[in-house]
Design a protein around this ligand. Structure first.
Ligand code: NAD
Length: 321
């Protein structure tokens, strides 16, 4: 039986990944600061621990792992990353986790290591035109991410890839573009745009008004969680070392996303744009490389994913009262 370690296995993507690995027959150890918030982990062994601490990390490797997935990061939505208030935490915490894990993967001869980078590492100057952002993998340099979160991701990509070059560690690096879906953070300040908008609309009355940060013309693409997991599994099993985008090419403005959610809710919501942290003007996944290297790329319709997510967040809001 193959064994996998999922770092960040209590988080949104990590907990979905654990489910998938279990379905595929892996023995799974997950590690996180916390248990999953919205589900019961299916991991065979769940370790509550802080991956910034070497002694915690050392203990995880008391057995051989075929695959290690490193998803743990100090992260959140625009309200967490783009205000600048959490920069030192984000860089310090995530870099420490990555330094610890990659070294232990080398020491213990892990067969394959997956690292979750982010589209936030792409240069800000290529994402100023909301209708025409440029996010092909080879556009990463000269580097100029718009946040410290993006800089840390870039550093850690390079960290993993240098372990590949110098130590022969088989690493796979994905740059995720806005992953969303049920069982993701939907309140509290770390939620992302789709979850925040679903929550605001679920909590609004019929014909009510919601506030949307920025002028709403900023564009993004959003990938449904199931396809993200599919991409992770395909990438780690492939021969392509990356980095490669895992995202959707279905670009949409934030106001259009709010309108889509309003339509799904049937509430006829009015959108009020207010100043707020927004990040770059435009971002879209470029899936040419993943299609070429994996013979596969995401194609799940945004509307379908948003419908499922809205219903889940609506139910969470009702539960909370
Ligand atoms: P998440 O916040 O739900 O999951 C990250 C998990 O890491 C959390 O459960 C957190 O408790 C854990 N963690 C943080 N610091 C830790 C530490 N010191 N020790 C142990 N655990 C720690 O986020 P997610 O959406 O599941 O993202 C997973 C990965 O994908 C992250 O690396 C993130 O940067 C990356 N990513 C996500 C998106 C997205 O849209 N969700 C986009 C780009 C990149």
């Amino acid at each position: 039986m193959k064994k996998a370690l999922v770092c960040g296995g209590g988080g949104f993507i990590g907990s979905h990944l654990v489910k998938r690995l279990k379905r595929e027959g892996f023995w799974v150890r997950a590690v996180d600061l916390k248990l999953p918030e919205f589900s019961i982990s299916e991991a065979d062994d769940f370790v509550i621990g802080d991956l910034r601490l070497q002694e915690v990390c050392n203990k995880l490797f008391d057995q051989h792992f075929d695959q290690v997935y490193q998803l743990a990061a100090d992260m959140g939505g625009a309200g967490y990353i783009f205000t600048g208030e959490n920069d030192a935490h984000v860089m310090h915490n995530s870099a420490l986790v990555n330094l610890n894990i990659v070294e232990l993967c080398r020491i213990h001869g892990v067969e394959r290591v997956f690292y979750s980078s982010s589209a936030c590492m792409y240069p800000a100057h290529n994402q100023e035109d909301p209708d025409n952002p440029h996010c092909s993998e080879d556009s990463a340099y000269p580097a100029h991410p718009d946040s410290e979160y993006g800089w840390e991701k870039l550093f850690s990509e390079r960290l993993y890839l240098s372990y590949s070059r110098n130590h022969g560690l088989k690493v796979r690096v994905a740059r995720f573009h806005n992953i969303f879906g049920p069982e993701g953070t939907w309140e509290g300040g770390k939620e992302k745009a789709p979850a925040a908008l679903c929550r605001k609309i679920a909590q609004a009355g019929y014909g009510g008004t919601i506030e949307v940060w920025g002028d709403g013309m900023q564009t993004r693409s959003f990938l449904y969680i199931d396809e993200c997991i599919e991409g992770i599994r395909r990438l780690i099993e492939s021969d392509w070392e990356g980095p490669v985008n895992i995202g959707s090419e279905e670009m949409i403005s934030i106001n259009a996303l709010a309108k889509l959610i309003s339509d799904i809710s049937g509430k006829g919501i009015v959108i009020k744009n207010i100043p707020g942290p927004t990040g770059v003007r435009g971002r879209n996944s470029d899936n040419r490389l993943i299609a070429q290297k994996l013979g596969w790329s995401p194609n799940y319709p945004l509307k379908k994913g948003i419908e499922t997510t809205y219903r889940w967040i609506e139910a969470q809001c009702k539960k909370k009262g």
